[in-house]
Ligand binder design. Structure first.
Ligand code: ZN
Length: 61
């Protein structure tokens, strides 16, 4: 099982939920923690609320 791919998919899903529903139901696939999205300019930072857990920056639109 490709864990990295699974993590990226979860982050991607979290972003979709954030913009579509305004609330993120997806939890961190690594630790089960809450995932948060920060909008900064035209990029998004999507990260687990647990320190030093998964995190990704997506350059937007
Ligand atoms: Zn986590």
């Amino acid at each position: 099982m490709d864990m990295k791919k699974k993590e990226l998919e979860a982050l991607d899903k979290a972003i979709t939920e954030f913009f579509k529903d305004g609330e993120i139901k997806t939890v961190c696939p690594r630790c089960g923690g809450k995932i948060t999205v920060f909008v900064e300019g035209n990029s998004y930072e999507v990260a687990c609320s647990t320190e030093n857990c998964i995190k990704d920056v997506i350059r937007g639109i």
